[in-house]
Structures are given as C-alpha cells and as structure tokens.
Design a protein around this ligand. Sequence first.
Ligand SMILES: Nc1ncnc2c1ncn2[C@@H]1O[C@H](COP(=O)(O)OP(=O)(O)OP(=O)(O)O)[C@@H](O)[C@H]1O
Length: 428
Amino acid sequence: TAYDKAAQSLLNKLIRSNLVNTTNQVEVLQRDPTSPLYSVKSFEELRLKPQLLQGVYAMGFNRPSKIQETALPMMLAEPPQNLIAQSQSGTGKTAAFVLAMLSHVDPENKWPQCLCVSPTYELALQTGKVIEQMGKFYPEVQLVYAIRGNKLERGTKLQEQIVIGTPGTVLDWCQKLKFIDPRKIKVFVLDEADVMIATQGHQDQSIRIQRMLPKTCQMLLFSATFEDTVWNFAKRIVPDPNIIKLKREEETLDTIKQYYVICNSKEEKFQALCNIYGAITIAQAMIFCHTRKTAGWLAGELSREGHQVALLSGEMQVEQRAAVIERFRDGKEKVLVTTNVCARGIDVEQVSVVINFDLPVDKDGNPDNETYLHRIGRTGRFGKRGLAINMVDSRFSMNILNHIEEHFNKKIEKLDTDDLDEIEKIAN
Ligand SMILES: Nc1ncnc2c1ncn2[C@@H]1O[C@H](COP(=O)(O)OP(=O)(O)OP(=O)(O)O)[C@@H](O)[C@H]1O
C-alpha cells in the first residue's frame, strides 16, 4: 500500500548513514539539446556559492556521488534544465536537488522561489533536515513546511524562499489560501514520484500545482523505481526533460556464509540463538520473525537474557518505527527483531548478521526468494562479508529452505548449535 511504501522509504533513509555504493554507470536516456554534456568529479567544478560548498563539506561529502556527477551540471546549468532522474534509495538524489534549490534561490527576495513536494509529512521533514544542514552557512535562506497542521493566518504572504510540503497542503497554499505566489517559483521538485503516485489524489494534486507554475520554472522529478505509471506521470510533470537513470546494483549471496539450524520449537530456536550469541561476537544483528506475536515474544526473551533489543512491529506508528530504526542505526541497540512484513524492502547493508527466525514466505506460504535475497544479499564487490542463519523447525520449513537453496544454487550449510567449537568457526 501507499502507506507502506512511504514508510519503507522513510525507514530506508533513516537506517542508512552512507551512500549506496555502485559500480554501474549513469545512463542518459534523453537529453535536452542545450544540456551540458559534461559530468563533474568534484564539487569545486560546480562553482557553488562558497556558503554552499562549505555546507557540502561540513556534511562530510568529499565528491559527488554517481548520480550527482551527471545530475548536478544539468540542474545547475544556465538556463535551468529540466530533469527526470531515477536511482535507488541512498544514491544521493535528495542531496542533489537540495543543492540545486539552494543554488537557485535569491536570498534578497523575500518570497517562495523553490517548491518541493514529498509524499508524506515525515518524508517532507526529512528533506527539510537536509536543506537545513546543507544551508547551515547560508542563514539568509529560510525554509517553511507546507504540511497539515501548520496553520497560518489568512492573508499571510510567505517570506521564506523554500517551501517543502505535501501536495494537498502545497496546492491549498498556492490556490485557495494564496500564501504562495506560484508564478514566482523558479524551481519545482517532485520527490519520490513512485511513492507519490501510490497515494490516491497525490498525482492530480501534483499536476494541478505544476500547471500553476511559470513556463520558465525548472522542473525536477525523482524516483527510486520506474514503472510505466511513474513514467507517464513524470512526463506530465516535466516538459522537455533530461532523463537519467542509474541501474540498481544487483544483490548477490556470493560474499555471504549461509547456515541453517534444526530446531523443534520456538523455545529451541531461542536456545540455539543464545548458543550462537554465547560463542561468537555479534556487533549488530537483525532477526526476522513471521508474526508479531513471535517477534514480541522473542524480543522479551532476548531482553531477559540481557541483550539490548529493539522491536519493530507492524502496529507501530511511522514515527515510532523511525525512532527504533534510528536508535538501532546509532548502535544504542544491538539486536533488531522485526516481522517479515514490517521490514520488507528495508536495506540492512550495515548489519553483518541476519537471522531468519522464520523463513520468508509469501502470502500463499511459498518460499519468498526475493525477500530472502534482499535481506541476506549484499551488493557487488563492495559487499562486506556477511553471515546468515536460518532456523528450521518443521518439514515445511526445511522444504522452504531447500527451495531457496536450489533457487540460488548456493549451499546453505547445516550448523549444530550445541557444538560451541563449530559455532566459533563460522565467525572466521
Ligand atoms: N556526495 C556525497 N558524498 C557522501 N555522502 C553523500 C553524498 N551525497 C549524499 N550523501 C549521503 O548519502 C546518503 C543518501 O543520500 P540521499 O538521501 O541524498 O540519497 P537519495 O537517493 O535521496 O536516497 P533516499 O531517497 O533514500 O533519500 C545520505 O546519508 C547523504 O547524506
């Protein structure tokens, strides 16, 4: 659902503290004939305002990411170029368009000049944080959130140069309430187009906003995926676009050691887990369970054993889930227990040990190879070595394991968790 997509996107942003590495090259699918052909290897080449260059470096960025190398010259060109860009989460899209917005603002002008729409309140706040960080040395530029709950007095004329919000509120502020004069907007950003169109009404609202903007306004659209629906929407939002795309790095199981453990009950699985913890040092692990009930139970048992456990569960609100993810990312908790559904699509690259307390199955109970790969797999040659342990408690789950093993044609070794020496070996 749309809610899940947005939540997933937010959690992915939060759990990641770094760029996603990629060996793939950016493909330019379509080019505005006046578009600059060069890409940049350094931020200096972009001739950014010194305050912004300072902001970029203060964020710890040394050089542009893959997508930024190509996207930034297009976005910062004069006259401004329109852009549709697709690349997976964590490749630097947000940082790129934030830099473009900050570069195009005239701080002397006390009215909205850049408009950015995001699918949800939480995602808007997240982007806002990036604007604040990058604009840290450029305090003349101000930001305002057009989100539900941010009530302004009638007749207000906004003085902030950058507005970030959700489509409904942005549309109201432009049209009904006239807090923003859309004709004065120079840069329009539509972020997370794939998530956006999953929400009823957002597509229409976005198009209605776009129609109020001047012809000369720069239009930028970003998406992590590119189905036909996204594509059709993108072309309605962005006229005469440059279109660039960065292929997703394929995940592999090549650098992963995979094991399975035979147990007869969830209690035995828990015991096996304790034995593993007793034998090897695990910096951070993620444990997947099939149901909320199991996840809750396991989290309880693990805390009783003295582990610092975080629990991510389906009934939690997005903010609660976000808080859990952030604590885990910051190392405040060492074990994250979650349900299969709740963590679907979340990238856990920095976690070195993944435990399938229950094996991933789809809603019909068939082996879910894709989810297995996404959880355990690592991308390309950057992938750190990882360890995956699967708990098997029935003929049924053994069968699933066999299918997964066959599907990937990668051996999953049996592990006897009563044998400490044997467990110790898997850590090497
Ligand atoms: N050039 C860069 N050098 C180093 N780190 C960067 C660079 N650009 C972005 N980052 C960092 O990498 C992470 C991902 O970047 P960003 O959020 O811009 O990606 P994204 O493609 O928009 O992904 P998402 O849609 O998940 O936000 C962030 O932590 C960001 O601070």
